[in-house]
Design a protein around this ligand. Structure first.
Ligand SMILES: *Cc1c(COP(=O)(O)O)cnc(C)c1O
Length: 354
């Protein structure tokens, strides 16, 4: 028997979620496929979305070059932009769009010998997140400085939100107002909304969305009841079963002590596959479609679940760690992280595309 652990990727759900994002936002939407499409496999996801998506966004130049090498001809935006002159040369050569967020990038652009009208620039405004981007008071001058470069074919104005997944905070509304004030009168498309912006902030819906986590069906604002379907189902099987007496421990550090005679199922997946080691006793797991829970520390290659109330479960029983039955947001919250990190950590398991 080969190791029965896999990440099943539902490409129909991916396309549907993208369409939900695009429809809600209005205008056009880039599908964000950085970090190997949040762990789902960038090339397969892009190939599947190509016929419906307006374009794609990645974080770094290398991710864009990989897509071009796989014969993807759609628009691709690099959201951190180029790091050096060689990156910039390749970006132009491969017709990739780039963000410019700091002065050193403008210096490189001004020094480069590039064909006229060869580069589409997305100019990043720091409207309050204070991570990357030009400050509000310099954006008008920066815009005109970039516009003077003959290589620049178009300028799109963008910003990014720090708290768009918090509908009760006014931080996003303040960022939108700051962005609008600072960019007033400047020609060009606007792009404000990530998933949280698309879902919760109608005022952020402009020319281009940049939708990431929501297209993978991990809703950043689950209370809103959006029609998103999980794309990834992380699966394995029970591959051993044992019975222990009340009072006996399970696993490293004896983090679980049986309070009753307990039937323990061993599952063929661990933190080396991307299941979070921080998941505590009680984290939900589904076995043959029935809900049970993680017991004991997650190991590198396996983990243990409570089968005491599932007498029919046996070797070969199917286990879901997250997907349609187990909400990844719940696992992430219990493990002290977010769905984004769980998804992009998935590795070693076979990806099965349906
Ligand atoms: C990752 C990223 C996104 C997508 O964010 P989600 O919350 O996953 O939708 C959008 N814009 C920028 C600049 C990003 O870095």
């Amino acid at each position: 028997m080969t190791r029965p652990s896999s990440a099943q990727i539902d490409l129909t759900a991916l396309r549907n979620n993208y369409q939900v994002a695009r429809r809600l936002h209005g205008g056009r939407a880039l599908a964000v496929v950085k970090a190997n499409a949040y762990g789902h496999g960038a090339i397969a996801c892009v190939q599947s979305l190509q016929s419906v998506a307006d374009g794609f966004a990645v974080a770094i130049p290398g991710e864009a070059f990989e897509l071009r090498a796989a014969a993807i001809h759609s628009p691709i935006l690099v959201m951190e932009g180029f790091f050096d002159a060689e990156d910039l040369r390749c970006i132009v050569e491969q017709n990739i769009w780039t963000v410019i967020h700091q002065n050193s990038q403008i210096d490189l652009l001004e020094a480069a010998d590039l064909p006229a009208n060869s580069l589409h620039v997305w100019l990043k405004v720091d409207s309050g997140m204070h991570r990357a981007g030009f400050s509000l008071d310099e954006i008008q001058a920066i815009y005109h400085r970039i516009k003077r470069c003959s290589a620049v074919a178009s300028l799109t104005l963008m910003t990014h939100f720090a708290r768009s997944d918090e509908p009760d905070s006014d931080a996003t509304a303040r960022q939108i107002a700051s962005f609008d004030r600072a960019t007033e009168g400047l020609a060009g498309d606007r792009s404000l909304a990530n998933s949280g912006g698309v879902l919760a902030w109608p005022a952020a819906r402009r020319d281009w969305a940049r939708a990431g986590i929501m297209i993978y069906g991990a809703d950043p604002i689950p209370e809103a009841g959006n029609d998103l379907k999980p794309v990834m189902t992380l699966k394995s099987q029970i591959f051993a079963v044992r019975n222990i007496a009340a009072g006996e421990p399970v696993g490293y550090g004896a983090k679980f002590i049986a309070s009753r005679p307990t039937r323990v199922g061993l599952v063929a997946i661990g933190y080396a596959d991307g299941y979070p080691r921080g998941a505590p006793n009680g984290t939900p797991v589904s076995v043959d479609g029935r809900l049970t829970q993680l017991i004991g520390r997650v190991s590198m290659d396996m983990l243990t679940v409570d089968l005491t109330d599932l007498p029919e479960a046996r070797i070969g029983s199917r286990v879901e760690l997250w997907g349609n039955q187990i909400d990844i947001n719940q696992v992430a919250q219990l493990a002290g992280t977010i769905s984004y990190e769980l998804l992009c950590n998935v590795k070693r398991v076979t990806k099965i595309y349906i």
